[in-house]
Design a binder for this molecule. Structure first.
Ligand SMILES: CC(=O)N[C@@H](CCC[C@H](N)C(=O)O)C(=O)O
Length: 374
């Protein structure tokens, strides 16, 4: 049987984007097949997997969810096991998340708990979002696999291994992707009056969008609008006829998302008039906020405080998004951060989580499952 470190490294080599996790799914299935199968039910959904471990005296089903997708980032860690998929990287720690889930599965198979457990290997957390359709599929077609409580963690580069952090209630923001195409008229660089320059239109629009949070949102209400990508034109001496802005909107209050979208639309209509162009907005996918169950989160923090070699922190909410929020919308549970100390943050091409988190977290989660299993 492979070590968990080897598994993490194998998974790190094969990052795949949302709903394309074909190699990842077959690697996970292979690992799951090496375990004794008598208590297991294995079900696949798209590129995801759900494994049920039958409990010894069940009164409920306890769920653990891991995401399985990577990001469209070129890795520059220089690690011996770096990504073998050009332009793709596990830069959000999902390779570590999957390995901890497999480690927990091994523990639950070796020594079953009283309750049933389900481990959800969920595709497409980064985009376009696998949690909502997976939740709906479970409800409609796999009632026996729907957990009564559900838990997940996310790697946290800012904390050392042994730190776990969470909070009761709101933990992560509501999100919406944002894609804006600005379409004008290409032309010769020397004749700007005959063209409709979309570099200038989109640059102006980008700066105007950056006034929305500061001027239209209550300063006591956290919100973020980030444009992460700006593309325009074809070559240095041709006026660009097409520019594209790609970004994301984050709000703690769902109503604030509506205010921001209305202002985006107003600025886009204004750009159409001022720059004589057409502006098309596409909001891509949106995620529901991550709201932890108050009682479970307090109990979890008390459990963590008493756990050996653990620094339990009551942390602040963050403007991160996580489609795990869709599970928590209907099932009580929580998400927590687990330290993986790295000088580089999430989504950075040099992110290299400390693998020691795996050997720390697997027994930690296993003993938490035993504690909450009736
Ligand atoms: C934990 C984390 O980093 N999650 C992502 C989720 C992205 C959601 C969506 N693609 C968006 O960009 O709005 C994050 O960026 O927070």
């Amino acid at each position: 049987m492979k070590t968990l470190q080897d598994i993490r490294r194998d998974l790190h080599r094969i990052p795949e984007l949302g709903f394309e996790e074909v190699k990842t799914q077959s690697y996970l299935l292979e690992q799951i097949s090496t375990l004794p199968q008598d208590r297991l039910t294995i079900t696949t959904w798209k590129t995801g997997i759900v494994v049920k471990i039958e409990g010894t005296e069940p009164t409920q089903t306890i769920g653990w969810r891991t995401d399985i997708d990577g990001l469209p980032i070129t890795e520059v860690t220089g690690l011996s096991f770096e990504s073998s998929h050009p332009g793709k990287m596990h830069a959000c720690g999902h390779d570590v998340h999957m390995t901890v889930a497999l480690g927990l599965l091994r523990k639950l198979v070796e020594n079953p708990i009283k309750d049933h457990a389900v481990i959800l290997f969920q595709p497409a957390e980064e985009s376009p979002g696998g949690a909502l359709p997976m939740r709906e599929w479970l409800k409609e077609e796999q009632q026996a696999l729907v957990p009564d409580k559900i838990f997940a963690f996310h790697v946290a580069p800012e904390f050392p291994v042994g730190t776990v952090a969470t909070r009761p209630g709101l933990l992560f923001a509501n999100t919406s992707e944002l894609f804006i195409d600005v379409i004008g008229k290409e032309g010769h660089a020397a004749f700007p009056h005959q063209a409709k320059d979309m570099s200038v239109a989109a640059a102006t629009l980008l700066l105007q969008l950056q006034t929305i949070v500061s001027r239209s949102v209550n300063p006591m209400d956290p919100a973020v609008l980030t444009i992460g990508k700006f593309t325009s034109g074809t070559v240095q001496n041709i006026i660009s006829g097409h520019a594209r802005l790609e970004g994301t909107i984050r709000t703690m209050d769902a109503g604030t998302m509506t205010i921001i979208k209305e202002k985006i639309e107003a600025f886009c209509r204004a750009a159409e008039i001022a720059f004589e162009c057409s502006v098309q907005i596409n909001y891509g996918s949106s995620y529901y906020q991550v709201k932890n169950d108050e009682i479970l989160a307090n109990e979890f923090l008390a459990f963590a405080k008493a756990h050996p070699a653990t620094n339990a922190i009551l942390c602040d909410a963050a403007m991160t998004g996580e489609d795990f929020g869709y599970f928590l919308q209907e099932i009580p549970g929580l998400l927590f951060w687990a330290g993986v100390e790295s000088p580089y943050g999430l989504h950075h091409p040099k992110l290299s989580p400390d693998e020691a988190v795996i050997d720390y977290l697997v027994p930690f989660v296993d003993s938490y499952f035993r504690k909450i299993s009736s």
